[in-house]
Design a protein around this ligand. Structure first.
Ligand code: UGY
Ligand code: MN
Length: 251
């Protein structure tokens, strides 16, 4: 038996034109500029067909990541651990559940981590909206955001981490489902998704396929990919996800 609890030569990973399911058993790290003593996995990127990037950085002792966002905006979410962050010259301590929105042309540095600290980073090319102010640097904690019943279902709660304002062209949310709760209908929409399962398990419908998923799994959904989820097991299922919002398709 191998130690990845996958059958030899088999995997749950699927990379298709319209969606991808990736599990940690298939992750291969990349050496990325600006990161030291860190294992970086590009989970979702243009190579797959996505219009954004989803990156997992796991920081070892003395690990560090620094640079400038350039033309991109970042949402950085601390999945586990703690580290110090210097964002546009301001220092703070980030712990699990904390997140930051970094606008374009901002310097960042993440350092002095507790070994094993995991940062999930969504990166997108910012699309300005004529007449609207550009969003500024923002730091928050998911613990401070109330979960609202999704379309009236108190067993499927949504935490919206970023302000619901037109100047933001992306949203990052956390969905928590009690066992047995579902997305109320099979969605199909122009927005893309990047998703990481934070806890629990369930079945994800992606286009015409149904996949068992569990904590740590990553999903990319292209625009209009059919999607539906049911939480299974004895504990709640939770996922963090990205979507592009608030812009005209042909702008
Ligand atoms: O925001 C969403 O589109 C969300 N309901 N989609 C999803 O959870 N797959
Ligand atoms: Mn959706």
């Amino acid at each position: 038996m191998n130690d990845k609890s996958e059958l030899f030569g088999f995997t749950r990973d699927v990379v298709k034109e319209r969606y991808a399911l990736r599990t940690s058993s298939g992750f291969v790290p990349s050496a990325l500029p600006g990161w030291r003593n860190a294992v970086c996995v590009v989970q979702i990127s243009r190579g797959m067909g996505a219009n954004f990037c989803q990156l997992l950085a796991t920081l070892a002792k003395g690990g560090e990541g620094s640079g400038n966002t350039g033309a991109l905006e970042f949402v950085v979410y601390v999945l586990a651990g703690t580290c110090r962050a210097e964002l546009a010259g301001k220092r703070r301590v980030l712990a699990a559940g904390h997140y930051a929105y970094l606008p374009p042309e901002h310097d960042y540095r993440f350092a002095e981590p507790k070994p094993g600290t995991q940062l999930l980073i969504f990166q997108k090319r910012f699309e300005p909206l004529a007449g609207a102010p550009e969003p500024g640097l923002l730091v928050g904690r998911q613990q401070d955001i109330a979960g609202q019943p999704f379309l009236g279902n108190a067993d499927a709660r949504l935490q919206v981490l970023l302000p619901d304002k037109p100047e933001f062209d992306l949203a990052v949310n956390i969905f928590t489902y009690q066992p047995g709760a579902t997305l109320p209908f099979v969605e199909s929409h122009i927005m893309e998704h990047g998703l990481v399962m934070l806890a629990g398990q369930g079945i994800y419908r992606l286009d015409a396929d149904w996949h068992p998923v569990q904590a740590g799994d990553v999903i990319w959904m292209a625009p209009y990919c059919l999607q539906w989820f049911v939480a299974m097991g004895k504990t709640p299922a939770r996922y963090l996800y990205y979507k592009d919002v608030n812009r005209l398709p042909l702008a």
